[in-house]
Each structure stands twice: as C-alpha cells, then as structure tokens.
Design a protein around this ligand. Structure first.
Ligand code: ZN
Length: 269
C-alpha cells in the first residue's frame, strides 16, 4: 500500500513538476490537523506523579533519577488505539485521561485510559518479574482483615503497599452490603501477560489488585462482533477509596475489567 502510494505521488509530482518533498510536507500537515499535537503538560504530570523515580523532561526525553534516559515519543503523531496498545510510546500511555468520580455513563469507544502501557517504562520502575526482580520488592498486605483476612503481596515501590492499606481501611468502613464485591480478592501480584496483547500486566509488577471475581465483568467474556456492550455490577463506592490513593478502575474502560484496580496517578484529570 505504502509503496504504491509513494509511486502514485511520484507520478503526480512528475506530471505537475512539483517536488515530491513538498507533497510529503502537505500530507504531514494534514495528518497533524486530524491528530492534534500532544499535550506536553502530561509529561510534567508524569514526572510529578513518580517523584522517587523521575527527574525531568528534556525535549523529547524522559530523564530518570538514576540518570537513564528514555524517548517519550511526544513528537510522534497519535496512532489508532490498537496500534498504541500493541507498542506504546511513553507519550501514548498518557493520551487518554482518567476521570475520577462517579461515571457519567458508559465509556466511549476505545476510551480505556491506562490500558495503553509502555512496558520498558514500567519494568524500569518496578523491575522485570521474569528475572526475579519484582519479588524482593513485594510485601504482604492483609486484604479486608475484619471481613475475610487474605494476605496479598503488593509492591513497596511508590509506597503502593502502604497506599493499599489505606484503601483497605476505607473499604472496611463501608456498610456490610458492599463486602460481597470485595472478598475474596482475585489477587494482586502475578507474573503474567494480558490475554489480548501478550504484554506484561500491571499485576506482574505487584501494582494492581482484582476485587471479587464473582461480582465482576470483563469485556472479552461478553464480546460478540463489533461494539463491546458495557456491563458493570461493582458500585462506585468500591472505586472511590482506590481513586483517592491514585489507583484507576478498569470499570471506567471501554474494554471494561470491573474487578481491576492499578496504581496510575499520572492519568488523573
Ligand atoms: Zn486485574
């Protein structure tokens, strides 16, 4: 397709005696019109969200506190959701913002803030579980100690284990009718990949938790052809204490995963 199009442009340029580069430039300008420039304040938000690890943004480069550097990809145009899901830049994972608070309605098509992840970024922050680098940073947290105690390993990176304990304290304070959505937990740390992308899950860094599976819904369980019909039975009261500690809820994703919470403070609107 691309080769054919280049040939067609060259033929057209020859016919009109217009330099090929000028046409290519016009095409880039058109692409930028349909893909608005990346909002660079989101990179500043990223640095502010992970003060233990990130130092600065220099041009199109993310500088880590240990001196390592990563390209952000902020200068590249936005691609389709599926393309970004499979191979995200650091900028791509910030393009969709997470709206805290009670949901106004079902998520719009492909709006799944948090599902797009740049794997090297998270490995640099939490370690690579396939090399045994995550386990030493986990510590057990007791899930719902007054309802149905369950020890779960959670990463200590970014104080996530301590944040989780504050979430648990708030959840224990909810009326009893909410507890059935919480126990038993579907788990935290698990060195595994996401089924549809083959990429490491946030569970593989010990930075995510699934609440009770029995009351949950997952997009690919229900998928027919075409659009994904939204489904959720988890009340927002469950999500609220998580959001207060910087965790996003998979119940707000077009590709919903209503049992799932993960620590992503950089995404909050
Ligand atoms: Zn999960």
């Amino acid at each position: 397709m691309r080769a054919n199009r280049r040939l067609a442009i060259q033929a057209l340029a020859g016919a009109l005696a217009v330099p090929v580069l000028a046409l290519a430039g016009a095409r880039t300008a058109a692409a930028q019109t349909s893909n608005p420039a990346f909002d660079r304040s989101r990179l500043d938000r990223l640095v502010a969200a992970y003060p233990d690890h990130l130092a600065a943004i220099e041009g199109d480069t993310l500088v880590w506190r240990d001196g390592s550097r990563m390209p952000t990809g902020a200068g590249q145009p936005e691609r389709s959701f599926d393309a970004m899901l499979k191979a995200a830049t650091i900028a791509d994972q910030l393009r969709q913002r997470y709206e805290p608070g009670p949901p106004a309605g079902p998520p719009s098509r492909d709006h799944s803030p948090g599902r797009i992840r740049n794997t090297p970024f998270f490995i640099a922050m939490y370690g690579d579980c396939r090399r045994g680098a995550v386990s030493p940073r986990l510590r057990p947290v007791t899930w719902m100690p007054r309802t149905a105690p369950q020890p779960l390993p959670v990463t200590t990176v970014n104080d996530i284990a301590t944040r989780m304990e504050r979430v648990i304290a708030a959840l224990e304070g909810l009326p009893d009718r909410f507890k059935a959505y919480l126990v038993p937990s579907g788990g935290t740390y698990n060195c595994r990949t996401v089924a549809d992308t083959g990429l490491l899950s946030m569970h593989s860094w010990g930075a995510a938790i699934d609440v009770a599976v029995a009351r949950s819904d997952y997009w690919s369980w229900a998928r027919r052809r075409g659009d994904i019909p939204y489904r959720n039975r988890i009340p927002f009261e469950i999500a609220e204490p998580f959001e207060a500690e910087g965790f996003i809820w998979g119940g707000k994703w077009y590709h919903y995963d209503t049992m799932h919470f993960e620590y992503r403070p950089e995404l909050f609107a």
